[in-house]
Design a protein around this ligand. Structure first.
Ligand SMILES: NC(=O)c1ccc[n+]([C@@H]2O[C@H](COP(=O)([O-])OP(=O)(O)OC[C@H]3O[C@@H](n4cnc5c(N)ncnc54)[C@H](O)[C@@H]3O)[C@@H](O)[C@H]2O)c1
Length: 270
């Protein structure tokens, strides 16, 4: 009863685990005793991350994946189950934006490249749906499972410019709630699905939107800070407590929720 936050021995799969936010999540979860399966595209980055985790006394493996490819994900799931014997948690962390799905400051929606919009939907939505189905099927056989999706501020209320990304992430939120109901109704209360919703964190995907080459903030960066009661962008560490809560038994009656970590951005109006 008093071990609610104990994640020692939990097998946690994280897609996009070599990204800016994912890397710290992997290191944090492993430092707290979880066995982490890092799924991402870049083997070099993945191997280096696993080496660092192990050097720090943690346990992790890296598997190359493509979150839009069901057959690769099925092989990943088999390999993880073989290596660790179970899968407790899936974190759907892979995601991102691309310039063609974004409306430039001097453009309108009619300049949108629909092929890029489709690619962004494919990565963020299908790249969450497909791993969820592959790993949830395994979890159902094991009679328990916990899934954490990564949403975005653009999912809560549309942000200007990021048309494709916002559409995809808001669909991820809807799918999170759908799956929370689906799994609990059909398979019981040992299945949970929630979303972690980060505010604005400077990473490679959005650096050029938020900062100028000299490091100063763009107009958009300034507008975001003016709309954030904490008056700063997030740093990856800001997400770890909420993530820990969601992957642990501390949140065992919590499903279908979106946990926002954004310095107050979503709550603030004027
Ligand atoms: N950075 C932010 O401010 C912010 C805010 C809200 C939400 N997010 C979300 O958080 C998550 C992590 O973001 P980040 O900023 O660390 O991004 P990042 O670009 O640093 O990392 C993305 C990761 O996804 C992986 N990836 C991309 N396409 C893939 C594919 N097809 N198959 C497998 N892996 C793939 C990459 O290899 C990388 O590991 C994403 O879902 C992102 O949309 C980020």
């Amino acid at each position: 009863m008093y071990e609610l936050f104990d994640i020692r021995g939990k097998v946690i799969v994280i897609t996009g685990g070599t990204g800016v936010l994912g890397t710290l999540m992997v290191e944090y979860l492993a430092a707290h005793g979880a066995k982490v399966a890092v799924l991402a595209r870049n083997r070099e980055k993945g191997d280096e991350l696993v080496r660092r985790v192990k050097a720090a006394g943690g346990e992790a493996i890296f598997l190359q994946t493509d979150v839009t490819d069901e057959s690769v994900l099925k092989r990943n799931a088999e390999e993880i189950a073989e290596q660790y014997g179970k899968i407790d948690v899936l974190i759907n962390g892979a995601g991102g934006n691309m310039p063609g799905a974004t409306i430039g400051p001097d453009n309108t929606i009619f300049d949108l490249k629909t092929d890029d919009f489709r690619k962004v939907v494919d990565l963020n939505l299908m790249g969450t749906v497909i791993p969820t189905l592959v790993f949830a099927e395994y979890m159902v056989r094991e009679k328990r499972g916990n899934i954490v999706n990564i949403s975005s501020a653009s999912a809560l209320r549309p942000l200007t410019r990021v048309a494709g990304y916002g559409a995809a992430k808001s669909a991820v939120t809807n799918f999170t709630k759908y799956m929370a109901g689906e799994l609990a109704l059909k398979f019981g209360e040992d299945f949970r699905v929630n979303a972690l919703c980060p505010g604005f964190f400077i990473t490679e995907q959005n650096r050029a939107l938020l900062t100028n080459p000299d490091g100063s903030r763009t107009d958009r960066g300034n507008a975001i800070i003016a709309h954030t009661p904490f008056r700063r962008f997030g740093v990856p560490e800001d997400l770890l407590g909420t993530l820990h809560y969601l992957v642990s038994d501390a949140s065992k009656f919590v499903t279908g929720t979106v946990a926002i970590a954004d310095g107050g951005f979503d709550a603030f109006s004027l």
